[in-house]
Ligand binder design. Structure first.
Ligand code: ADP
Ligand code: MG
Ligand code: MG
Length: 246
């Protein structure tokens, strides 16, 4: 039933200790949220999980579906079913949104049936996300507004259909309507056999998501875990009182 199990993780960035004894267990069907002040290590966690080479694991275990993946490279982790939506998506000139997705899904989108299913899924999800069809033909993220980049990431998540999606501040810089579309996309993605880890500052996106657990990250460590009411408490009072729990 377990998808991700992080045990006593310590990571370093540019010689600086960031995650300090970090623990997290995510089971199938669960929505987890990590909240925390700037610089707490939220993006470091996301980057470490995707094996970004600038982030070094000093000690601890990252287990994915019961298997230690500490030594797997980014593409190997993606193949196992880990997906990361970046805080700042890259612009890729020369490859269109549609062709990027075809490349990623190349093992399935072959033959006439595969291609037809691919096109049908792409159309369906773009409709749901209120994306104009012309975006499929545009270069990946090039000239996209912040909101369009984020919707495009949600589109990628839906098309790739990973076992665990990690969304790093997918709601930052979005207007209310776009936040609603993004949370709708996340709800479409969620099934009994997958899970989502949302990293956010914004409790607005959580209103439609019914998260199971809210974790508060302070200085590289989870200092408190609770239900949705914890997000409300943070919205009202900030992080100050949690810093004392360190
Ligand atoms: P958050 O996402 O919670 O705001 P980050 O994980 O981005 O925090 O950053 C945690 C700390 O690690 C900060 O002090 C930040 O300056 C540092 N850091 C993160 N990534 C890098 C990097 N690539 N190079 C140098 N320092 C980094
Ligand atoms: Mg930040
Ligand atoms: Mg961050």
């Amino acid at each position: 039933n377990n998808i991700l199990n992080i045990v006593n993780l310590n990571t370093e960035v540019e010689g600086k200790d960031i995650l300090k004894g970090f623990n997290l267990k995510i089971n199938k069907g669960e929505v987890h949220v990590i909240m925390g002040p700037n610089g707490a290590g939220k993006s470091t966690l996301a980057n470490t999980l995707m094996a970004n080479s600038r982030y070094t694991v000093k000690s601890g275990d990252i287990e994915f579906e019961g298997e230690n993946i500490n030594n797997l490279k980014t593409h190997e982790r993606a193949k196992k079913g880990l997906f990361l939506s970046f805080q700042h998506p890259e612009e890729v000139s020369g490859i269109t949104v549609e062709n990027f997705l075809k490349t990623v899904k190349s093992s399935e989108a072959t033959g006439m049936m595969g291609f037809m299913k691919f096109s049908a899924d792409l159309n369906k999800y773009m409709d749901e996300l209120k994306m104009d069809k012309s975006y499929a033909k545009r270069y990946l993220n090039v000239g996209f507004s912040g909101g369009e980049k984020k919707k495009n990431e949600i589109l990628q998540m839906l098309m790739i259909n990973p076992k665990l999606a990690i969304l790093d501040e997918t709601d930052s810089g979005l207007d209310v309507d776009a936040i609603r579309v993004v949370s709708k996309g996340i709800n479409m993605f969620l099934k009994d056999d997958n899970a989502v880890l949302i990293i956010t500052h914004n409790t607005k996106i959580l209103e439609n998501l019914k998260p199971d657990y809210i974790h508060v990250l302070i200085d590289g460590r989870i200092v408190k875990t609770g239900d949705y009411s914890l997000a409300k408490e943070i919205e009202e009072n900030g992080y100050e009182s949690f810093k004392k729990l360190l």
